[in-house]
Design a protein. Sequence first.
Length: 274
Amino acid sequence: MSLTLSSAHVHTTFCDGKTPAPDMARAAFEKGFVSLGFSSHAPQDFDPGYCIDPPREEEYKALIRSLQREYEGRMTVYLGIERDLYSCVSPEGYDYYLAAVHYFLQPDGHHAPIDGKPERLRQYVDAYCGGDGMEMARRYFALLRDYVVSWKTPIIAHFDLIRKNNAPLRLFDEESAVYQRLALDALRPMADTGALLEVNTGAIARGYLTTPYPAPFLLKAWKEWGGEVIVNSDCHDMRYLDIHFAESEALLRSLGYDHAVWLGKDTLWERYSL
Ligand SMILES: [Zn+2]
Ligand SMILES: [Zn+2]
């Protein structure tokens, strides 16, 4: 049984999730969640299979708002989005958003997915990074850092997402000093923005990784800098709403965290003890 009774990062059939929003809300309520934040992938004008179909954005908002009323007083429901850097919509009108970088914009105008098919990322690295995986990592972290710092985004989604395809492709050495310095240098300025760093267990549910994003060395530094964390399941299927939460809490405690933040019952962000 985990202590985290919330997730601010869930997907439904409005984007690439498997579970319809009302079923997801019911599953969260049955688990005793105090809150649930929906975060469909914000509309984008490319790769339409993964995001809210732009004409359905109002329908998405209306349905989540109706779930909010339905569960009022029992579980607090929030309307969020996971907003990719290259999304075509503003996060205005949402209760909160998660900032994510899922693509590289190629010089030819196409978008190369970072966490899609491994071959596609390999293609990007070969064509635009001279085959150098570390150069790809450098670009990824620079994009995410600039997004979070300039937009002052509420939540940093899956900070080291490049680990997903690094598992099969081995593009860079995650243990190397060069890589760890790159990641730490990108994370450091984010700590000053007050953004919440997400501990994301989604890749575990889908069998891509055995540990959450971000790697422990990053969580350790974040703690030293006084940063706050939020534990999220990035769930695409209601069976995995709180997958690996207990293990993530144990990891956080081992790194010195005594609390985390979740979507509150009464206020947007609330602390709870670990
Ligand atoms: Zn994502
Ligand atoms: Zn997500």
